[in-house]
Structure formats: structure tokens, C-alpha cells
Design a protein around this ligand. Structure first.
Ligand code: NAD
Ligand code: TDX
Length: 336
């Protein structure tokens, strides 16, 4: 049994990871989260206090971070770093918090990990590789060159490069994973799938950017969690692993599936102005993770995973309703 310091554990993927750890392992967890607009304590507050301790704070606060990393056992414990500003649309309106959290925050964590000799796992995204053409058989691999498009993805790319440099220059015991688009419970209503589900629940038509042709490679958040655990347990220090579950769908297909699952006509959506610089397509080749670490996704049927996600939002309006109006107000300002 060991202790994990999970940054961003009150956000979407971090909270799913903490819940996964509590259900399936005997690790204990310290969650460090600033509770920005994207963090929600309600995502983890039902978990047992003897397994999960919550600390509200900023990953760029060097004193706080050093104290928490100092509580870890240098040999057996680890830091799993999810905290980030994560939304592309917000990064186009105001990039500064993305630099503060994604770059300076990551730097602050790896400096503490370096000083204390602590194992570090960095959570990143497939967006660091830029985008692929529609209809191209190519997919991203660990050797695809970095080519980020947005302020969000460029700050994630910067953070990956910092971690790589700290491995090479200082011997930091780190691994990196770059995952594709996640879906599942506890995702903020600003993101594509929850936005459309909660719009339909409120009697508003889903909104597709551009012509809805952009493609994302969907993976259930639980499968992301099992992959991160496999990398923590068996991954090789200094290596990068791509995480994906062969879930390519166009945004239009996803909206049609949501409408169908919710009993509405499949064409009951609106096209709205496109996101500037909008990446066309992401697709992950996760052969390395599967062959080297024996990982496979459990949610292989996107349609049924999506229906379960619709059911979760239907049953948990009290979790998402407090954020819905402010998220839609931000979109109204953008005309989307
Ligand atoms: P999210 O926005 O839902 O959650 C981010 C969490 O980090 C929030 O709880 C927030 O309060 C916290 N946070 C933000 N700034 C902080 C700071 N300075 N100090 C401490 N805590 C802070 O994000 P998410 O979708 O769960 O993404 C988590 C990670 O996974 C990110 O690193 C993201 O780049 C990566 N990722 C996300 C996806 C996806 O599809 N959502 C895909 C691949 C990788
Ligand atoms: O209302 C919408 N309509 C729409 O068509 C919204 C909110 C989005 N979209 C499109 C834009 C994208 O093509 O849907 C797709 C998914 O959008 P987002 O949920 O904003 O995700 P994306 O920009 O693909 O980035 C996500 O995946 C990679 C996460 O937000 C990132 O944190 C992660 O790194």
C-alpha cells in the first residue's frame, strides 16, 4: 500500500481516478486542488476520510507543494499530476491562467519531486501533437512530433517538455501519458458531451461548431484511470505512453447518438460559429501501452458508455446545475 498525491483530484478525470483508486486499490490519497471554476468537491466528498484527504491550494504555491511532497515516502509513494486549466475555448479568451497553472504549476511540482526524489506521473493530452487530416489512416504515436495549435495545448506541450528535461538533466523518476478525449460522469458542463446532454435536459438544442465534422477519439474516464495505474505500477521511467481506446467519432455523430439516446430526432441540433484554430481530428495508436504493459480498455462500446453518461447527468442534476448558467453565459459572449 502506498500514498498518492493527486493534483486536480476535484476535477473531471482526477476525481474519476481518485474514485477508481478507492474502489479498486488500497492506496490512500491526498488531493491537492485549487477548486477553480472547474473543480467540484462534490465529486469526491462522499469518499471515506481515512482514504482521501483534501487540501485546497495552488500547485504553483512552492511552500505548500514542498510540504505535501515532504509527507510522502520517497521510495513507495508518488505524485500523479492532473491539475490544469483544461478548456480550449477558455484558453482562446484568456491564456494567462494556462501559463500559470500548466507551466509554472508543473515546474513547481517537478522541482519538489526532484528535491525529494519522488516518483512523478504527468497527465497530458494528445493535443500536443496538433491535428490529423479527416479520413487519413494515420494516428498519433509516441514518436509523432509536437505541433500544438491552441494556447491550452501549447502550455500542455511545454509542461511535457519540462518533465522530459527534468528526467534527463536531474534524473527525475517520471513517466508521461498523453490521452485522447475522455467522457463519463463528473465532467464539467462546459465540455462538449455534458454541454449537449444538459442542453437537451433543459430543452435547448445541441450546438455543433462549424459543420460538426471534426473528429475526436473518445475514451471512458475509467479506462484512462486503469491505464494511469498500469503506468504507475509497471511503466518504465522516462517513457511516454499514449492512451486511447479506438473511439473515433465525428462531433456530428456524437450529437446524433445523444439525441437518439434521449428520445429526440437525430437532426434536432444547431450549427454555430466554429472555434478559431479548431483541430480537425485526433486519433491515438496505443500499441505501446497495450503491448508493453498489457493494458486494454474495458469500455469498448462507445454507444453504451454514452447512454450510461446520459443517465448519470439525468440522475445528477444537483451536481451540474450550479455551473450550467455561468458556462452558457461564457458561450453566449463567444456567440457559440
Ligand atoms: P478539469 O478542468 O475538469 O479539472 C482540472 C482540475 O484542476 C480542477 O479540479 C481544478 O480546480 C484544478 N486546478 C486548476 N488549476 C489548479 C491549480 N493552479 N492548482 C491546483 N488545482 C488546480 O480537467 P480534466 O478534464 O479533468 O483534465 C485533467 C487533466 O487531464 C489535465 O491535465 C488535462 O490536460 C488532461 N487531459 C484531459 C482530457 C479530457 O478529455 N478532458 C484528455 C486528455 C488529457
Ligand atoms: O458546444 C460545443 N460544440 C462543439 O462542437 C463544444 C463545447 C465543443 N464542440 C466541439 C469542439 C471539439 O471538436 O466538440 C469537440 C470536443 O470539444 P471539447 O469538449 O471542448 O474538447 P477538446 O477541445 O477536444 O479538448 C478535450 O480533449 C483533450 C479536453 O477539453 C482537453 O482538456 C483534452 O486535452
Amino acid at each position: 500500500m502506498s500514498r498518492l498525491l493527486v493534483t486536480g483530484g476535484a476535477g473531471f478525470i482526477g476525481s474519476n481516478f481518485v474514485r477508481y483508486l478507492v474502489e479498486r486499490t488500497d492506496h490512500s490519497v491526498i488531493v491537492l486542488d485549487k477548486l477553480t471554476y472547474a473543480g467540484n468537491l462534490a465529486s469526491i466528498e462522499d469518499l471515506p476520510a481515512e482514504r482521501v484527504r483534501f487540501v485546497r491550494g495552488d500547485i504553483a504555491d512552492a511552500g505548500l507543494v514542498d510540504g505535501l511532497v515532504g509527507e510522502l515516502d520517497g521510495e513507495h509513494d508518488a505524485i500523479v499530476h492532473y491539475a490544469a486549466e483544461s478548456h480550449n475555448d477558455n484558453s482562446l479568451s484568456d491564456p494567462r491562467p494556462f501559463l500559470d497553472t500548466n507551466v509554472i504549476g508543473t515546474y513547481t511540482l517537478i522541482e519538489a519531486a526532484r528535491r525529494r526524489g519522488t516518483r512523478f506521473h504527468h497527465i497530458s493530452t494528445d493535443e500536443v501533437y496538433g491535428d490529423l487530416e479527416l479520413g487519413d489512416p494515420a494516428r498519433f504515436t509516441e514518436s509523432t512530433p509536437y505541433n500544438p495549435s491552441s494556447p491550452y495545448s501549447s502550455t500542455k506541450a511545454a509542461s511535457d517538455l519540462l518533465v522530459r528535461a527534468w528526467v534527463r538533466s536531474f534524473g527525475l523518476r517520471a513517466t508521461i501519458s498523453n490521452c485522447s478525449n475522455n467522457y463519463g460522469p463528473y465532467q464539467h458542463v462546459e465540455k462538449f458531451i455534458p454541454r449537449q446532454i444538459t442542453n437537451v435536459l433543459r430543452g435547448v438544442r445541441p450546438k455543433l461548431y462549424g459543420r460538426g465534422e471534426n473528429v475526436r477519439d473518445w475514451i471512458h474516464a475509467d479506462d484512462h484511470s486503469s491505464a494511469v495505474l498500469a503506468i504507475l505500477e509497471r511503466g518504465r521511467i522516462g517513457e511516454t505512453y499514449l492512451i486511447g481506446a479506438d473511439g473515433e467519432r465525428s462531433n456530428r455523430e456524437v450529437v446524433e447518438l445523444i439525441l437518439e439516446a434521449m428520445g429526440h430526432p437525430r437532426d434536432d441540433y444547431d450549427l454555430v460559429p466554429d472555434r478559431p484554430g479548431h483541430d480537425l481530428r485526433y486519433a491515438i495508436d496505443s500499441t505501446k501501452l497495450r503491448d508493453e504493459l498489457g493494458w486494454t480498455p474495458r469500455f469498448r462500446d462507445f454507444e453504451s458508455g454514452l447512454r450510461a453518461t446520459v443517465d448519470w447527468y439525468r440522475a445528477n442534476e444537483s451536481w451540474w446545475a450550479p455551473q450550467k448558467d455561468s458556462a452558457e453565459a461564457r458561450y453566449a459572449e463567444l456567440g457559440r
